[in-house]
Structures are given as structure tokens and as C-alpha cells.
Design a protein around this ligand. Structure first.
Ligand code: AMP
Length: 963
């Protein structure tokens, strides 16, 4: 510890600290103990009043330079410690006289003194035992004071691993001429802070054994977060790497580290970092904190309209209805009209025709006796041909204009199209009203608002824990008669997935449902949401008709369908393993569209897949635009098993729909040559692409790519799909640099991936990308995908460099088990590297979730200046590049030998011309210097720079640095 010292001004400008003892502040009344008590004619430490720069101060001085074997001690009073401050800083200001100025006495004169410390649970008063003190450091002045000027030195030392109630410090003089001007004892703290709407308490900075203190935060009032927000307090008292963020609840927006209600006339439908938006056209917002703006009278929203969008009015009547008959076609007429004057602001206008036939005064509906061409309802054109009319009868035709909202204005609803009562309304939003450790209160909105019905609407609420283990899942189903509920008996600090669906009056589920995830508070956490509990909605009341708890034993995460009391229960949207289908061909048909091979044109081979060539091609389906596609083929001579494995990738891919997941266009299964057709990604695989464009992208662009991959992975993990082979080679890039996750075959890790290495249990695993628990006992989860994502981040920042370079798989596993990690790639932003390290935490439950990762990357992209701080090479955690470290052999004797060892001999002349001829000079080189001597290629620059880093610390004989 005595190597670590910091000059004071630096500490002042960056950190907060608490002072435990300050000699200057106590004036002359210090009461420190001196030892030995009996000094004879040479006094020991004495309090001396000095005038420095015009001000008076008390110092402790000693100057027994002429005597031999001096051992004079000065001990502080008992310094109480704050319980969590295990590491304190001792800052000393002192003057030491030059021994040469003492003439004959200079023989015994010293120019250093020693700092000691001794821990104790109680103040021992004037008892002093030298043996109880441990040496902290020898203090030597940077500048000694001669005859003329006084030279003041400031030195800071750290006392680590304190554990008792307090401690003493002592200064031992061994024959120097010293004046101690000041002694201050302090420790560093990370001050209480609010970051991303999460508040974190003041925290004492950790010591060597806990360099980063993890601190959990709480969302500020009216803010919520998916996971517990976390942050780390560094030894230097700085907060770093916030994980997870809080967002203002629906109806609230962020203003100065707090969440304020939306003003009247504004709304916010979701928990987000966005602002409240003004109420859209034809809506009204009278209250504060609105989630939606209800429609003004006479305006409506159609079920397909977003609840946050404007409302629209009813169309006016069609105009100028004309009937035209023809002599040539008896019993037939053409009706035509002009569109309504007012469309109510909508474009989905349709028409319906109603016909009455009248014989004398008696009129009745024409029923099915006549024919309409093209139809009598849902017409989009303003004409219709009516035929099979009887001669000599009077017909009355009524044409009505409808729009998407007509069904919701009962006065405008034509009889024929009145909504059947069984049609349940749509759930438009769900919100969390109150959150406790063991219960959650929810409410939801419906559209249209229920009309008076014979029976009130009932709702089916399904919920389950969102835990990793999907092998056994418990679904709870509640049938409710109110649009709110309080659910008791939940586990604390646990995420649950909720789905609510309205039921028709016959008990059939409505077409649409809403799914949300909410989390109970962790234990000991007080709810800071003071919204009133929804009245009368507690479980156990009369509102609940039925509770069903079902335990689904999901074999390989298959999805089973249950019928209960006539209600269908569908599990929440999860990925379905095609293996659960007895006939995999049925799975393909279910999840993929069949394409006719004549619609596909293969143009050029672009890659080789496990099952056959991959082509670039064109897909032209009649009636649809031509699109560029990639076509994967199945080589001739395949077995039925190979065909099924090949098509399983399509069965999986077909279940996903996300911007950052490769999109399946369709499959060819009904012809001899099976094919899988996906969107075409112009720039191919990410690892190759980055290697080909080494150094060409900014950190901002690279972080943008990672953000895309993280968003795709969040989607997959939300669907409970574990990828198992996430690596840059399995990410594809298009011409707008968008990155998409690919490679979903079931056998892909086993057969396809050249990185796959057989393990002792026979399976194949891409070791460098795989989390330790997945290698050790095949625990593949979204958390192990997060580990792989960390490796992908590293690959991206290192422009496609191979992770762990040419270390063997065995060396990689050994280093990881010994807590070493990949070093930060060159020029990697510190925040990005910190995130990588988080992804590589041994304890998988501590790794960030993909949701956290997306939020953090978004945050970095929103403030690009956060990418400016570049990560340092940290020898305490970093693996060193083995082939360039030179640690296996003797140190390099000359520059050419070293360049040879890292295969960079071509730069020998550059080094010589620049006058760099010794290894000592090499070790002084900075990245800038390497560039300046003419090393331009980023890959070479990196290799040389890493090697120099390795040379600087050759204390270890392993291929890794010692901590
Ligand atoms: P795969 O069998 O999926 O690993 O594909 C083999 C190679 O074909 C990949 O490494 C890519 O170079 C190329 N490839 C596969 N799919 C596409 C695509 N959708 N767009 C462009 N290239 C692709």
C-alpha cells in the first residue's frame, strides 16, 4: 500500500471525503502522547509555535540529529472509525532539514521518519506499547530544507483493512530534524446521488479487497424500473456503471430528477423517459396525470386506432345516389353515388346497401332474393350492380357510409351491422397502481367503454412468475368482473408477467389482450407509491368467479393449450421448440410461409452453410414487391433427419418478428430441393465485416451496432429463447449497418459452428463465447447469453479480433476460473468496458439483463460525450496477450528480437529511424508514438501497443497477470 499516494489537490477536485482527525484545526491543544517520557537533556517531540506565510501554527518538532540510536514516538489521540470506512487516507505536511547543514552531526543525522498505526476497540489513554504498532510507511521528503527557504512536503498514505472500533497513528523519529505541520485523517465517500431517477445513498468507498462497492438504489417517487437499479462506488469515491434505470410511471414525466404529473391537456400512456404529449385531435384532457385523453363527445376511436391517437367523427351521408337501368339487361340496375362530404377525418370509409321491396303499401326487406355485385356490405367503391330484380315491383335502396368508428356510435349503427353482444371490448392499457413486497394492484382500460349489457364484462387475468426456469411454470387464472384487482401472496422482489383479456358474454375470450411485466418490491422496501388502493378490488371479494392454478410441465418449453370451464388458456407468448411437434413438418407449416420455387431466382453463392450453399437471390411473389433474399439450400443426398434439422431453423426463425432478428421470408418444403429464404444482409457476417473495415468506425457507430444486437437479444430472452451460440460470426449486417441476430438451427452448436469444441460429456460448445456455468454443467440461460453478448461487445470494439487471441481453450477456461478477463480493446470507452466486465460476472444472477443492457447503451448513445473516457489496461483483472508478452522466455535483448516475436519485423526500420533502439525506449512508447513512427494499420498498432503493455509488467510467469 505504500506505493499508492495521491496529491491532495486531485482528491479535492474529484471526490468527497469525511475528515476523522485534523491537526491544524485543533490548534495547540492536541494532547498527543510522546514517548519516551524521560528525554534527559535532549527533548523528544515538542509542540513548537511557528509563523508560516504570516500565520501562526502549532507544529510537532524534533531535531536530535547529533545523537545515536534515536527512537522518539509521537502518538495521536484515539481516532474513532466509521463502521464501513475500512480504508483511510493519512495526509502529512512536514519539513525535513538537510543533514548536510549540521556539519559534524551529519553522520548520525537522518532525513526520513516512519508512520505506524495500531487498531484498538477502546481508547487506551496514556498506555503506549511500541510492539502494538504496525509500520505503514517510511516517509521521505521530496524536497529537503537547506539553510534558506523552508520546503514543505505533502505526502498521503493509505491505511487499509481497518476493522476495530478505532485506531492510533504514530510517528517514529529515528534522528531526523523534522517539523510536522499538519496531519489529516480522512476516508472517501460516494455522496448520495440521483441518477436516471434512481436515488442512491451516501456510501463509504471500499478498500483493496472490495474495489467496487455495489449499491442498490430506489426509484424516486412515481418512477418505476424493471429491475433493481444498481451502481458502483469506486475506491476513489466516484460512482460508476449505473445498471438499470427508473422511468416515470404512465401519467408522469421527468423534471429535474423527479417525476411530475402530466398537466391537464397532456398525457403519457407508458412508463418511459419521454415527455407528456399534448392531447391529440378531438380528444380532451381535463385532469392532471392522464394516461390517455378520452374522445370528445361525438368522436370515437376504432379498435384498430392506437389509444394514444386522435379520435374521429362519423362520416356524413353519401351524396347524389343515382340508379341507372338498361333496356338490354332486364332486372338489373347500377347504383352509384358520391362520397360523403365529411369523412370524420378517416380514410377507411365503406358503404353498405339496404333494400326494401314494396308491393302496394307493404314493404319488406329484399333478403337474399336479389344479387349485388361486388357485394352489399363493405364496399369501398361508390357503385354497385343489383340484379335479379322482379319486374313491376317498387324497390327502395338505402346507401350508408361507415367508417372504423361507426360501430361505436350506437345512434349511427345500422341494424344489420350492430355489434353482436358477444363481441368483447378491447383492452387498451394496463397499469400498475400499487406495488408491495407481496402484492400488486393493477387496473386496465377498455375500448369502447362498456354499454349497459345484460351481463357486465368479465376479464380473464393470467399471470405467472417470469423466472428463468421454464420447465415448470405455474399459471394463475383469475376471472374478474371489474377492471382492477389486487393480487396478494406474491413473492417479494420477483417479476411477474400479466395478461388480461376481456371475455364475451358467452365466455369466449376477446381477440386482443395486453401483456405487461411488473415486479413486487423487495423485502424491507417501503412502497413509495401513495395512490389509493383500488376500492373493492381485493381478492376474496365477490368479484372473483374462478381461480385456477395450473402447473404446466413443459417438456422442452413446448406450449400446451388448456380448456377450462369453456375458457381457453393460452400461455404468454414464448418460443415453441419445434421438437415438441411429433411431426416437424407440421411445425414448419405452422410457423413459416410456403413459397413456390418458381418465385425464387438464385443469383450467386455467398456462403456455405452446414446443409448446403447459401445464395443471394430475388424473391418475387405475385402481387408483392420484389425483394433481395438469402436462399439456404439443402444439398442432395440428405437423410430425412437432416432435412428436418435443416427446416427446424425456419420453424424457429418464423416465430420471431423483430428489427434485429433475421426475418424469415418463407420456406420451400413441398418440392425436392428444400430451401429457407430470409431477408438479404448485404454486408454478411459481422466478424468478417469488422475485420475488413478495421479502424473505420467511431466508438459511437460501434456502440450503435451493439445496441441493435442487444435489442434483438432482449426480444429473444423475452420470448424465453436461449440462443447458446451468440458470437459476431452469427450476427449479420445489412447496408445500413443494422445488425441482426441469426443462426437458429437446433443442431447448430452441435454440428455447424466451427468454433464448437467437444466437451467431456460429448456436446459441442464454443468455449471462448460461453459462460463458465454453461461449460461446467450446461446451464444455458439468458444470463449465459449475456456473457456471450459481452464477448460480442469485445469483438465489435476490437474490430473482429479473435477473443483471447491464440490462447488455447484450456488456457482460456483456466484464466476465466482464476477471475481474469479480456482486457479492454484499444480505444474502448470506459463505460463500454465496464459493461463487458458486468456481463462476465461469475455469479450469473448479478449480470445485467438484456433490458438493462439496451437501456445503458441507449443512454450512452444519447450522450456521446460519455464515450470519451477511454478504458485503461487494468493489470489486476486483465489477461495478457500470451504470444506477445515474452513472459515464456527470457526478456527481449533488442528491438528486432521483440518485433520478430510479435511478427512485426517489417517495422524494424521505422523503429531504428525514429532512434528507438533499446527495449527501455520501447517501454516508454505511447500509442501516439507508435502511430508517429509510421505504424498505420489499426491491427498492427494494436498488436504492438498490447505487447508493450505486456512488457511493462513481466512479474508473472503465467500467461496472465497476477492480481
Ligand atoms: P449460416 O449457415 O447461416 O451460418 O450461413 C453461412 C454464411 O452465409 C454466413 O456466414 C453468411 O456469410 C452468409 N449468409 C447467411 N445468411 C445470410 C443473409 N441473410 N444475408 C447475407 N448473407 C448470409
Amino acid at each position: 500500500s505504500d506505493k499508492i499516494y495521491t496529491r491532495l489537490p486531485l482528491i479535492y477536485s474529484h471526490s468527497f471525503f469525511d475528515v476523522l482527525l485534523d491537526m491544524k484545526a485543533s490548534g495547540g491543544e492536541l494532547g498527543w502522547l510522546t514517548w519516551p517520557l524521560d528525554q534527559g537533556d535532549k527533548p523528544g517531540w515538542e509542540v513548537v509555535q511557528k509563523t508560516l506565510n504570516g500565520s501562526q501554527l502549532y507544529t510537532y518538532s524534533i531535531c536530535n540529529v547529533g545523537e545515536r540510536e534515536q527512537d522518539n514516538w509521537l502518538r495521536t489521540t484515539f481516532i474513532q472509525r466509521r463502521p464501513s470506512a475500512s480504508r483511510v487516507f493519512v495526509e502529512l505536511q512536514f519539513i525535513v532539514r538537510d543533514c548536510n547543514s549540521f556539519g559534524a552531526s551529519s553522520l548520525t543525522c537522518k532525513e526520513t521518519f516512519n508512520l505506524f498505526s495500531s487498531e484498538s476497540d477502546a481508547d487506551v489513554g496514556t498506555t503506549f506499547r511500541k510492539g502494538q504498532f504496525k509500520k505503514v510507511a517510511t516517509i521521505a521528503p521530496d524536497e529537503i530544507t537547506g539553510k534558506k527557504e523552508l520546503r514543505i512536503n505533502t505526502e498521503t498514505r493509505v491505511v487499509e483493512n481497518l476493522s476495530l472500533k478505532g485506531f492510533y497513528l504514530a510517528i517514529q523519529d529515528i534522528g531526523a530534524c523534522v517539523a510536522l505541520l499538519s496531519l489529516r485523517v480522512y476516508y472517501k465517500i460516494c455522496p448520495a446521488t440521483i441518477q436516471s431517477l434512481a436515488s442512491f445513498p451516501e456510501t463509504v468507498a471500499g478498500g483493496e479487497n472490495q474495489a467496487l462497492r455495489e449499491v442498490s438504489g430506489e426509484c424516486v417517487e412515481n418512477a418505476i424500473s424493471e429491475g433493481l437499479p444498481r451502481i458502483y462506488c469506486t475506491v476513489d469515491g466516484e460512482w460508476v456503471v449505473p445498471v438499470g434505470q427508473c422511468q416515470c410511471k404512465p401519467g408522469y414525466e421527468e423534471t429535474e430528477d423527479a417525476c411530475k404529473e402530466c398537466l391537464p391537456g397532456f398525457f403519457k400512456a407508458e412508463a418511459s423517459s419521454g415527455k407528456c404529449e399534448p392531447c391529440p385531435a378531438n380528444t380532451q384532457g381535463l385532469d392532471t396525470g392522464a394516461l390517455f385523453c378520452p374522445c370528445m363527445d361525438g368522436f370515437y376511436r376504432a379498435p384498430t386506432d392506437p389509444p394514444t391517437g386522435p379520435c374521429s367523427g362519423l362520416p356524413s351521408a353519401p351524396r347524389d345516389l343515382v340508379a341507372t337501368t338498361s333496356h338490354l339487361s332486364v332486372g338489373k340496375l347500377l347504383l352509384s353515388w358520391r362520397p360523403p362530404e365529411h369523412t370524420g377525418g378517416r380514410t377507411d370509409i365503406t358503404y353498405s346497401i339496404e333494400c326494401l321491396r314494396c308491393e302496394g303499401p307493404v314493404c319488406q326487406s329484399c333478403g337474399e332474393k336479389i344479387r349485388y355485385e361486388p357485394a352489399n356490405v363493405g364496399l369501398t367503391l361508390t357503385k354497385v350492380t343489383v340484379s335479379e330484380l322482379d319486374a313491376h315491383l317498387n324497390y327502395t335502396f338505402t346507401v350508408e357510409a361507415h367508417s372504423g368508428v361507426s360501430a361505436f356510435a350506437s345512434q349511427a349503427m345500422p341494424q344489420a351491422h350492430k355489434l353482436p353482444l358477444t363481441n368483447p371490448p378491447k383492452i387498451t392499457s394496463m397499469r400498475l397502481v400499487k406495488q408491495n413486497p407481496t402484492s400488486l394492484s393493477l387496473s386496465w382500460e377498455v375500448s369502447p367503454k362498456p354499454r349497459v349489457q345484460a351481463r357486465p364484462i368479465r376479464y380473464e387475468l393470467t399471470y405467472r412468475k417470469k423466472d428463468d426456469n421454464l420447465d415448470v411454470t405455474t399459471y394463475t387464472v383469475l376471472i374478474l368482473e371489474k377492471n382492477s384487482v389486487q393480487i396478494p401472496d406474491l413473492s417479494p422482489g420477483t417479476a411477474y408477467l400479466f395478461r388480461v383479456q376481456a371475455l364475451g358474454s358467452d365466455g369466449s375470450p376477446g381477440g386482443s389482450s395486453i401483456e405487461e411485466q411488473y415486479e413486487t418490491l423487495s423485502e424491507g422496501h417501503l412502497a413509495h407509491n401513495n395512490t389509493a388502493v383500488i376500492s373493492g378490488a381485493a381478492i376474496g371479494g365477490a368479484v372473483m368467479l374462478l381461480i385456477v392454478v395450473i402447473v404446466l410441465f413443459l417438456h422442452r418449453r413446448s406450449v400446451l393449450f388448456f380448456f377450462l370451464n369453456g375458457f381457453q388458456l393460452k400461455p404468454l407468448k414464448t418460443y415453441v421448440d419445434p421438437h415438441t411437434y411429433e411431426d416437424p413438418n407440421i411445425a414448419v407449416l405452422k410457423f413459416a410461409t410456403e413459397i413456390h420455387p418458381s418465385h425464387i431466382t438464385k443469383q450467386k453463392v455467398i456462403g456455405a452453410g452446414e446443409f448446403g450453399e447459401v445464395y443471394r437471390g430475388i424473391l418475387k411473389v405475385p402481387g408483392r414487391k420484389e425483394v433481395a433474399v438469402a436462399v439456404k439450400t439443402l444439398k442432395p443426398g440428405y437423410t430425412e433427419k437432416q432435412r428436418q434439422d435443416f427446416l427446424s431453423e425456419a420453424s424457429i426463425m418464423g416465430q420471431f418478428a423483430h428489427q434485429n432478428i433475421i426475418r424469415l421470408e418463407g420456406v420451400v418444403t413441398k418440392f425436392k430441393h428444400a430451401m429457407i429464404v430470409t431477408e438479404y444482409m448485404e454486408n454478411g457476417a459481422l466478424d468478417r465485416y469488422l475485420r475488413d473495415h478495421d479502424g473505420e468506425f467511431s466508438a459511437y457507430q460501434l456502440v450503435g451496432m451493439m445496441r441493435g444486437i442487444a435489442a434483438g437479444m432482449k426480444y429473444l430472452s423475452d420470448m424465453s429463447y436461449v440462443h447458446r451460440d451468440l458470437a459476431a460470426r452469427n450476427i449479420l449486417v445489412n447496408n445500413t449497418l443494422e445488425c441482426k441476430v441469426s443462426d437458429f438451427g437446433l443442431s447448430r452448436v452441435l454440428e455447424d459452428d466451427p468454433e464448437g469444441t467437444y466437451t467431456t460429456s460429448g456436446g459441442k460448445i464454443p468455449i471462448r463465447w460461453t459462460a463458465p456455468e454453461a461449460i461446467a454443467y450446461r446451464k444455458f440461460t439468458s444470463a449465459s447469453d449475456v456473457w456471450s453478448f459481452g464477448i460480442v461487445m469485445w469483438e465489435v470494439m476490437a474490430f473482429g479480433e479473435r477473443p483471447y487471441w491464440d490462447m488455447s481453450n484450456h488456457e482460456v477456461m483456466k484464466a476465466i476460473n482464476e477471475a481474469f478477463r479480456l482486457p479492454a480493446p484499444m480505444d474502448c470507452p470506459s463505460a463500454v468496458y465496464q459493461l463487458m466486465l458486468q456481463c462476465w460476472l461469475q455469479d450469473r444472477s448479478k449480470r445485467p439483463r438484456f433490458g438493462d443492457i439496451v437501456s445503458l447503451l441507449d443512454k450512452l448513445l444519447r450522450s456521446p460525450e460519455s464515450l470519451k473516457a477511454i478504458a485503461d489496461f487494468d493489470p489486476r483483472v486483465s489477461i495478457r496477450l500470451p504470444s506477445t508478452s515474452g513472459s515464456d522466455g527470457p526478456p527481449f535483448r533488442c528491438v528486432p528480437e521483440w518485433l520478430e516475436s510479435i511478427k512485426m519485423s517489417q517495422y524494424g526500420e521505422n523503429f531504428t529511424c525514429a532512434g528507438i533502439v533499446s527495449m527501455d525506449q520501447v517501454m516508454q512508447m505511447k500509442n501516439e508514438d507508435i502511430k508517429n513512427i509510421g505504424v498505420r494499420l489499426p491491427g498492427h498498432l494494436k498488436r504492438i501497443a498490447y505487447s508493450i503493455l505486456g512488457l511493462k509488467d513481466q512479474t508473472s510467469t503465467l500467461s496472465v497477470f497476477a492480481v
